[in-house]
Ligand binder design. Sequence first.
Ligand code: NI
Length: 165
Amino acid sequence: MPILLFPDTQLRKVASPVANIDGRIDELVGNMLETMYDAPGIGLAATQINVHERVVVIDVSEECDSPLVLINPEITESHGELEAQEGCLSIPGVYETIKRPAEVHIKALGRDGNPFELSADGLLATCIQHEVDHLEGKLFVDYLSTLKRNRIRKTLLKQAREQDD
Ligand code: NI
């Protein structure tokens, strides 16, 4: 599936909760996993492929064999502070250090529709927060100064124009 690129306004849409975990959602999850591994990336929110439903896929394992599927994820607790470098498939080539809570506790539904809870720290905690932000129409560049974000916007728009030519 094609991935939307910043500053596409579709990335700003707030995603709706998934009401029924049916075959359609299973297919969406399958497409998202394929798109993420192909990219390659460690996380993808449905928003990034222009589907505005609350579905996230993540795989932070080195072997890329431990997919985590979060449907209707909710961060119920967060603690501490961690500065980590982030990138995003929707903002290619841009890596910036972002400060976020170091640990999160979440609840979500799995691909099978069963509810589960998870505590995460380190890279996984950062990744979960980054992806849940996507569902709210929020991007990691929003944590940067307006000046920096505008510079990134210009660079990406220029790249898009050059690719069109
Ligand atoms: Ni992202």
